[in-house]
Design a binder for this molecule. Structure first.
Ligand code: NDP
Length: 278
């Protein structure tokens, strides 16, 4: 399948609009699942130190590039610094540890996984990431789960505007205020749990739109994500689902169908609220 379209980040780096998420992918399965995702056409992978599968993700990436004409530069890889590693020196150490697990020299995107406001360390953490960025070890830096106030605090202190904010976003949690702020600041919105961890697939509005369009509920939601201008990183466990999730570029939602999805917003999270994670 054709890879997803590429979006340009605020520093000129390109990122596929549809990526493959690896949260809860068990370490022993990670390499083969990543190879399946890359064979399917994904060119953007999302992992994190927390997921415990960086070794497998790196191995899958290398196995795929060694066996095909695809080179490392064509694959966009994100990882994240975990909460307990926040702070200047500990972030530098955590980055080195992630890179050694991944078995790579350069990372495409490194994110602060959660702001952890009670720790009060995200500005220092970001300073370390700016240093790594300036040194060429990371092609873009950004944040995850940042609320508007966290972003403003960071921007007051930072030299580099984050390239992305990766946040929970799906039809039940549309994050319109945050997305508008991202637009104003030149930050890309990356949707985690773009399918609401699967729960939103059974929403009757989504299933009825899927029937009308002759596509699956997952395709309706992911098409909506693309039309909103979001990057989405769905996770799936089979090559069939991986292919289904990437195959959303040959149909469109009508304005009435987009309005129907807009009406599903109910501020319902599948994960934690960023103010409560520390
Ligand atoms: P998703 O919204 O991607 O949903 C994944 C679930 O949906 C799985 O149970 C999967 O089942 C199911 N699914 C996927 N495709 C289909 C399909 N076509 N039909 C039916 N069911 C389907 O949730 P995630 O929480 O995994 O989020 C995606 C990624 O976002 C993560 O993997 C991770 O990379 C990132 N993330 C980031 C966070 C952060 O704090 N920055 C927090 C959480 C996630 P199955 O696996 O059985 O195929």
């Amino acid at each position: 399948m054709e890879p997803a379209p590429k979006l340009t980040l605020n520093n000129g780096v390109h990122m596929d609009q549809m990526g493959f998420g690896t949260y809860k992918v068990p370490a022993p399965d990670a390499a083969s699942l990543v190879v399946d995702a890359l064979k399917t056409g994904y060119r953007h992978l999302d992992t994190a130190a927390l997921y415990g599968n960086e070794e497998g993700v790196g191995e899958g990436l290398r196995t795929f590039t060694e066996g095909t004409n695809t080179v490392r530069d064509e694959i966009f890889l994100t990882s994240k610094v975990w909460n307990t590693d926040q702070g200047y020196d500990s972030t530098l150490r955590a980055f080195d540890a992630s890179m050694s697990r991944l078995g790579l020299d350069v990372l495409d995107l490194y994110l602060i996984h959660w702001p952890c406001p009670e720790r009060g360390l995200f500005v220092e953490t970001y300073r370390a990431m700016e240093e790594l960025y300036r040194g060429g070890r990371i092609r873009a830096i950004g944040v995850s789960n940042f609320q508007p106030d966290h972003l403003r605090t960071l921007l007051d202190a930072a030299d580099v505007v984050p390239a992305v904010n990766q946040v929970e976003l799906h039809p039940w949690l549309q994050q319109r205020e945050l997305a508008a702020l991202h637009e104003e600041l030149g930050i890309r919105t990356v949707a985690w749990s773009p399918l609401g961890r699967g729960a939103v697939l059974a929403d009757p509005v989504i299933t009825s739109l899927a029937a009308d369009l002759g596509v699956s509920p997952a395709q309706v939601i992911l098409r909506w994500q693309m039309e909103q201008g979001n990057v989405a990183i769905p996770k799936a466990s089979s090559p069939e689902r991986m292919a289904e999730n990437l195959d959303v570029f040959s149909f469109e939602l009508s304005p009435a169908q987009r309005d129907a999805i807009a009406g599903l917003d109910r501020n319902q999270r599948s994960g934690s609220h960023p103010d409560t994670v520390n």
